[in-house]
Design a protein around this ligand. Sequence first.
Ligand SMILES: [Zn+2]
Ligand SMILES: [Zn+2]
Length: 276
Amino acid sequence: MRWSLLVVIAAACNGTPAGSGGGGGGDDEPAIDAPRPTSDGQPGVRGVFDPLVTDVTIEIDYEAGAEPYTGQMLGFGDTFDLGVANLDRLFAGKKALTLPRTTATMENIGAVPDQELTVTDLIALAAAHRSQVDTPTKKTYYVVFVGGHFTDANGPNPNVLGVSLGGTGVIAMFKDVIRGTGSVALPNVPRYVEQSTLIHEVAHAVGLVDTGVSMVQPHRDATHGAHCTDDRCVMYWLNEGASDAAAYVQQHVLSNNSILFDAACLADVDALTGGP
Ligand SMILES: [Zn+2]
Ligand SMILES: [Zn+2]
C-alpha cells in the first residue's frame, strides 16, 4: 500500500474486536485502543470538559530508544504541530494545553525489558513513572512510548500502534510498530502515523466516541466500539483501501495544522465546550 497512514491506525483499532472475541467471553470492554465505558465510574473522562478544568497536561515518557519523533519536517513544520493543533481543537482552544514536543521535555525511563506488554504491565509502568497528577483545575494524561507489542489473551499483537487504557488516562504507544510503517519512498509516514495515533488515543481518553462525550448525531461505529463511522475521520477504525487512505492523507495530512476529526466528532466536543 502506498499510503499506510489510516490503514495502520486502523490496524491498532483492529485489536479491539480481536481482543474481545478471543477473551473467552469476558464481559469487559476490551482495553485495547478503546476506553472502557463510563459506567466504570472513572471521573476523569467527563471531567476534562468541565469549565472549571482550565489546564490539560499531557505527560510523555519514553523507553530508551523508543522516543517520539520530534523536530522539523521539511515543508511541514514541527512534528508535534499536528498533535497540538488537533488536541487544541478538541477543546476549542479554551483550555491551556501542555504537550511536550522535544525529548528534553519528556522523560527517558530507561530500558523496558518486557517486550510483551499487557494492560497490567502498562498500568505498572505508569504507576512507576507518572509524575503529573490531576487537580480540580487540571486534567492530566500519561503517554508512554515503548518497544515491543501490546499483548492480551491472544498474545502479542504486531499491528497495535497504541492503546488508551480506559479512564486511567494512560496511553501506550508502540514505537516498533509505528516505526515499521515507514519506507524508503515515504520516510515521513511514521511521523504522521505517530501523531495521528497520539491524537486518536488522546481522543479516546477524553471520551470520544460516545464513551463520556455524548453524540450530537449518531456516528458511533457499533461494530467497532468507540470509533466513528466516518472513514475520513481520525477516529475511524479502519480504512481498508489504499485509495481511500491516500484520499485521507491528501485531505487531511498536508499541513501542520490540519484537523483530522470530522464534523460529527467536532460537534460532540463543541457541544461541551461551546465550540471555537
Ligand atoms: Zn481506536
Ligand atoms: Zn469522527
